[in-house]
Ligand binder design. Structure first.
Ligand code: DC
Length: 223
């Protein structure tokens, strides 16, 4: 890897503002952004389409061997291509979110995705967001951040995001319940659980807006 190539790892629970922040940071720095959650979400779509139970290791293993998953960037925007079809528009439904949480707990899925993520981020500078970026995927990332926010703040943001996409299928209470359930799964799973590594800078976004969070993050990078 050339010296000019560097990576920024941003980890944190769902709704902590990772993706908005990662996108903003990548834009401000003129580098690429990789959303790793989108990759687990695409595996979930593959399982859903094939009628596979997301915790059935054998069936998922077979699925991984036969599916063709590609990450494409068009003008810096990430597209998820599953067996030749662009599925980017269907990976953020509540149903896919739940299946993604289940399927991402399988070590065989993680190994395959981590391998792809490392290859993608090897030759160009990237901001990468997820749960295990600073700990597993890119332990040598030049900068590592860990975002947190209260479950309530995250549920409000998630609801706004769903509504802005015309999705009114869930109430605030349902979104909050989903967030608490996913947090538990993502932090208690045996394979690469969500953890803050010692060398990550923690930012609590409960009471600060995206602009302020981005300024804070960029101030650490410029230091
Ligand atoms: O960040 P997200 O909500 O789009 O992630 C979807 C699911 O994938 C979530 O349940 C956690 C999981 N995930 C993961 O296990 N590791 C990552 N690096 C990114 C996401």
């Amino acid at each position: 890897m050339s010296e000019n190539v560097y990576q920024i790892a941003i980890d944190g629970p769902s709704g902590s503002g990772k993706s908005t922040l990662a996108k903003g940071a990548a834009k401000a720095l003129g580098i690429m952004y990789l959303d790793t959650g989108a990759m687990y979400r695409t595996c979930a779509v593959a399982a859903l389409k094939a009628g596979i139970e997301p915790k059935d290791t054998e069936a998922v293993k077979e699925m991984l061997g036969s599916m063709d998953l590609n990450v494409k960037f068009e003008d810096g925007v990430q597209h998820m291509i599953l067996n030749g079809e662009d599925v980017t528009g269907i990976i953020r439904t509540p149903e896919v979110s739940r299946i993604a949480s289940d399927i991402s707990s399988l070590p065989i899925v993680r190994t395959a995705m981590v391998d792809m993520q490392r290859k993608i981020a090897a030759d160009q500078s990237f901001v990468v967001d997820g749960r295990d970026i600073g700990s597993v995927v890119l332990p040598k990332a030049r900068y590592k951040f860990f975002l947190t926010a209260s479950s309530e703040a995250r549920a409000s943001r998630r609801l706004l995001e769903l509504n802005s996409r015309g999705d009114y299928s869930q109430t605030y209470e349902e979104v909050l319940k989903d967030i608490i359930w996913r947090d538990k799964q993502d932090s208690e799973r045996a394979a690469s659980p969500l953890v803050k590594v010692d060398d990550a800078i923690e930012i609590d976004t409960s009471d600060i807006g995206i602009e302020e969070t981005l300024d804070l993050l960029l101030s650490y990078i410029k230091e």
